[in-house]
Every structure is written in structure tokens, then in C-alpha cells.
Design a protein around this ligand. Structure first.
Ligand SMILES: Cc1cc2nc3c(=O)[nH]c(=O)nc-3n(C[C@H](O)[C@H](O)[C@H](O)COP(=O)(O)O)c2cc1C
Length: 132
């Protein structure tokens, strides 16, 4: 009988190892926040650093608002805030800013991570450009 993913990965350690390989080698930027009201960053991958210029260690504990600036569309952010409040998902684009201040179009999705229906974190998949 063919092996299944769960058989091969065995346990939590195996699942974490898979997630680490996926996230660290993803072409897309990945950003994870905790589920607190401030939405503090608990993880970003290498592609986030490439996209934004921010060093992963320097953004942990901060919020993704560090990417926003005067050109960021407030309506898009309002839509995202509503999705966070209702425990839903978000997909959209807005002007964000790299560490050196260069504006770019961020296209991103935000999704809740749930454990037994409780949201424990939020994950964003991000890339530059207006088309996915
Ligand atoms: C997982 C996650 C990723 C986010 N990524 C971005 C992002 O890439 N760019 C951005 O402008 N805002 C991003 N945000 C939105 C801000 O962190 C914040 O939630 C939003 O601005 C709404 O809060 P506020 O109304 O207090 O500003 C992200 C939020 C979450 C939860």
C-alpha cells in the first residue's frame, strides 16, 4: 500500500520539519502573527527579507503595519481589519514600503490558523505585484 503523508511525517516533529522546509524555501513571502489585538509578528521567512529588506530578527514582536505608509489604501486595510475581527480571510493589494522606503504593490492573503475552532495565529502569503 502506498505511504500517506501522515505515515511518513509520523508526529508533530515531522509536521514542523515539513513546514520549516516549505516556509524557508518558499518563493513567496510568509509572515505569521499571533492572535493578540496588536497582531505581533512571530515568524517571517527568507522571502520576506528579500521582498521587504527587513531582517527577520528585527521584525519579530513588531506588527505588519511597519510595511504601511502614506500611499497605503485605508479602505483595503479596513477590509483586512474587518476580516480579522470576524475570523475570516482576506485577499487584496495595497501600496507597502520596503525598509529603505521604496514603495511597491503588495498582493497578499491572510488566513486564520485554528486549533479546535480557536484562532491561535494568522498567516499571510505575500508577493510583489498586482496579479497572483
Ligand atoms: C498575518 C497578517 C499579515 C499582514 N500583512 C500585512 C501586509 O503585508 N501589509 C499591510 O499593509 N498590512 C498587513 N497586515 C495588516 C496590519 O497588521 C493590521 O492588521 C491592519 O493594518 C489593521 O489594523 P489597524 O486598523 O489597527 O491598522 C497584516 C495583518 C496580519 C494579521
Amino acid at each position: 500500500m502506498a505511504n500517506s503523508l501522515t505515515n511518513v511525517l509520523e508526529d508533530t516533529e515531522g509536521c514542523l520539519a515539513l513546514l520549516e522546509v516549505l516556509a524557508e524555501n518558499s518563493f513567496d513571502s510568509i509572515l505569521i502573527t499571533d492572535a493578540s489585538a496588536e497582531g505581533k509578528i512571530i515568524y517571517v521567512n527568507e522571502a520576506f527579507k528579500k521582498l521587504t529588506g527587513h531582517d527577520p530578527a528585527s521584525v519579530i514582536g513588531n506588527t505588519p503595519r511597519i510595511l504601511q505608509g502614506p500611499g497605503t489604501d485605508a479602505k483595503v486595510i479596513e477590509r483586512l481589519a474587518d476580516a480579522l475581527k470576524s475570523g475570516g480571510t482576506f485577499e487584496g493589494k495595497a501600496i507597502n514600503y520596503k525598509k529603505d522606503g521604496t514603495p511597491f504593490i503588495m498582493y497578499w492573503r491572510v488566513l486564520p490558523i485554528k486549533i479546535v475552532k480557536k484562532i491561535v495565529a494568522w498567516v499571510a502569503i505575500q508577493r510583489e505585484g498586482s496579479v497572483i
